[in-house]
Design a protein around this ligand. Structure first.
Ligand code: GLU
Length: 292
């Protein structure tokens, strides 16, 4: 691999449960890519989801990382401390006329999608069909005045009119072309929280100067959305590397709820950090099948 200057990667866990071996894989990928190029690997706590607001999991995460001997460079960013940054970006998008309020509930969206005869997207779920995009300003004002809870969505057709179909590069899968309108009008500010994963991840990767984003293949489709946002916000576009996910013997993706694969439980069962890393190495040699 050629030596790249100033490589910055990041590990960005959501502490909504104990760290598990999938997290270790993601962290090691980011650390390794930085180390190979003499760069930096940063840590970012993605805790805007209410399920991730558990101080005990955050504490446990720091303990697990230190037990595993994983260290990170620079300042740790915690998303719930960055409201002001996210709201100024939302303001900018509102000024560009790219956001609209959406009053639909999840059930309504599911029904709208079903009525259109569409199936949920494999990794992005129910793509929003744009119902509230067509509300008149009177209807919006009425709902706002009545205090109907609303999120803010990005008008992807307008995004596409503005930036076209930009490209991004995946280190494993090559050059990709993003068609913004293919992913539905995504939420950038949730009903219960004035930001969303898509917004925060794009803003934070840019703020932290991340040059290479390594993360699981489950986020490959989301990267198209992130590329579109980078386009309208004029942010630098990192390189991406979406790595394969760990699976169990039955081929099922390891999930956070599989407590037995948590680092804490492996630690409690007497494994050493080296044994855990070796098991991960073996799993990767077996095509990502984790057997421990
Ligand atoms: N916070 C996400 C997770 O724990 C990862 C997001 C990312 O790497 O962009 O699954």
């Amino acid at each position: 691999m050629p030596h790249l200057t100033a490589v910055i990667t990041r590990f960005a866990p959501s502490p909504s449960g104990p760290l598990h071996v999938g997290h270790l894989l993601a962290a090691l990928q980011a650390r390794k890519l930085a180390d190979v190029h003499g760069g930096k690997c940063l840590l970012r706590v993605e805790d805007i989801d209410e399920r991730a607001q558990h101080p005990e999991y955050l504490e446990l995460m720091y303990e697990d990382l230190s037990w595993l001997g994983l260290s990170f460079d620079g300042e740790i960013i915690v998303q719930t401390r960055r409201f002001d940054v996210y709201s100024s970006v939302l303001e900018k998008l509102r000024d560009m006329d790219l956001l609209y309020p959406c009053f639909c509930t999840r059930t309504e969206i599911r029904n709208q999608v079903a009525e259109m005869g569409r199936a949920p997207h494999a990794t992005l779920g129910y793509l929003y069909p744009g119902t509230c995009r067509n509300l008149s300003s009177d209807e919006v004002a009425e709902k706002m005045a009545a205090g109907v809870p609303h999120s803010w969505r990005l008008d992807m057709q307008r995004v596409q009119d503005l930036i076209g179909c930009p490209r991004w590069h995946d280190m494993r899968r090559g050059t990709q072309r993003c068609v913004p309108s293919a992913y539905g009008d995504v939420v950038l500010a949730r009903k219960d929280f004035p930001a969303s994963y898509h917004l925060c991840v794009v803003v934070d990767d840019a703020s932290q100067g991340v040059t290479h984003v390594t993360r699981g293949a489950d986020l490959f489709d989301a990267t198209h959305i992130h590329r579109a946002l980078q386009g309208v916000l004029g942010l630098p576009v990192p390189q991406y590397c979406h790595h394969a996910l760990l699976r169990d013997n039955a081929g099922k993706r390891l999930a956070k709820r599989d407590g037995a694969r948590s680092i804490a439980s492996l630690r409690a069962a007497g494994f050493t950090p080296q044994q855990v890393r070796n098991s991960l190495h073996i799993a990767l040699q077996r095509g990502g099948i984790w057997e421990v």
